[in-house]
Design a protein around this ligand. Structure first.
Ligand SMILES: Nc1ncnc2c1ncn2[C@@H]1O[C@H](COP(=O)(O)OP(=O)(O)OP(=O)(O)O)[C@@H](O)[C@H]1O
Ligand SMILES: [Mg+2]
Length: 343
């Protein structure tokens, strides 16, 4: 039996060099390739998006500079935006593009990772560092973050001007309540001057995770959670309230680093979260757990009722439902992990 570590004891310090080195597709998408994307024939836009992205990858594989006396006319680098509902495979396709171009030539990160990079390196140094790349992929451009949206639009414009290809997905604006509403229009408006350069690839279809409705396998008693944490190597154990307090002290861009070397996250005393800012931080943590494939075990009242009915009916409902869908999947993984270890 070991004494499990606590996420609350970790305050990750991430040096700028690592911020750059970390700009690769996360573990969950390490094996994502165009070839592993199963285009659904019922939704032709899926096959069309793959075909176009493969073309983009092929274009980028060709050398960029013409050279010689007659320098070729400067051609605008491709910029693609993947538009679609949650779970249709946008991140899978974005990661596939990054892999096809090669992770030396392509960088892949979320919006918050890029804004944090600008914070750490400064704007100019970030442009200089990223301009050496062939392709910059931005997953989940945050349309609901007005200050950083302006900063990111500027960054993308400078990169495009420097000949860097861009590929992006975005979240939806909080007020975009309509189900099935696509976010391309909002994205193009937010990035303003750059919008005419983006080609929108629409990806229709249902949630591939097929967890559109939140399932709830039931929470585990806190004692069971504690016991599992003690016998599982790489497990962390925290009281839910302590973790929520700790998350407020760590920059969300470091939540990924918080999970370094963690094989299972166990939480006791999980209960409904009443405050929106606390809930949104939890959403970011769930996203990082999900893209790093870290299973969880939830004590207390578990995922059921985690977010209030107001949250699930409000502007950020999509984020909350997705977090519940992801958390449910990770809790299933956690239970399976513990059951396998027990036999
Ligand atoms: N057509 C597909 N073929 C194979 N795997 C897929 C396909 N679509 C999605 N997946 C897988 O389903 C999961 C969810 O897809 P992904 O995360 O790429 O969706 P997304 O559109 O980015 O969703 P979100 O809005 O939640 O970010 C991933 O594990 C992905 O690899
Ligand atoms: Mg995604």
């Amino acid at each position: 039996m070991t004494t499990p570590a606590a996420l609350c004891d970790v305050s990750p310090h991430v040096p700028p060099a690592r911020l750059l080195a970390d700009l690769v597709p996360p573990r969950h998408f390490t094996d994502a390739r165009f070839a592993t994307y199963r285009a659904n024939p019922e939704f032709p836009s899926q096959g069309a998006a793959v075909a176009r992205l493969e073309e983009v990858a092929a274009t980028l594989a060709r050398p960029r500079t013409g050279g010689g006396l007659f320098r070729r006319k400067k051609q605008a680098p491709p910029a693609v935006y993947l538009d679609g509902g949650f779970g249709v495979g946008k991140t899978h396709l974005l990661a596939s593009l990054a892999h096809a171009v090669g992770t030396d030539a392509a960088v892949f990160g979320t919006f918050v990772e890029y804004t944090n990079l600008v914070g750490a390196l400064g704007f100019r140094a970030t442009v200089d560092a990223l301009a050496t790349k062939t392709l910059v992929c931005i997953d989940e451009f945050e349309l609901d973050d007005p200050g950083d949206t302006v900063l990111m639009s500027r960054l993308l414009r400078e990169l495009a001007d420097a000949g860097v290809a861009l590929a992006a997905t975005s979240n939806t604006l909080p007020e975009s309540l309509g189900e099935g509403r696509f976010a391309a229009e909002d994205f193009l408006r937010e990035i303003q001057a750059l919008s005419s350069r983006f080609e929108v690839l629409r990806v229709d279809g249902p949630d591939y995770r097929a967890r559109a409705t939140v399932t709830d396998a039931g929470a585990l008693p806190d004692d069971v959670v504690r016991g599992a944490a003690q016998v599982t190597p790489g497990a962390t154990l925290d009281a839910f309230d302590d973790l929520l307090r700790h998350l407020a002290t760590v920059h969300p861009s470091r939540y990924g680093a918080l999970l370094d070397g963690v094989g299972l996250v166990t939480l006791t005393g999980v209960h409904p979260v009443a405050e929106q800012s606390v809930a949104l931080r939890l959403v970011v943590l769930v996203d990082r757990l999900y893209d790093r494939d870290v299973p969880v075990l939830l004590g207390g009242s578990g995922e059921s009722g985690l977010f209030t009915p107001e949250m699930l009916g409000g502007g950020y409902r999509k984020k909350y439902f997705r977090a519940l869908s992801r958390l449910g999947a990770l809790a299933d993984d956690g239970r399976r992990l513990v059951e396998t270890a027990a036999v």
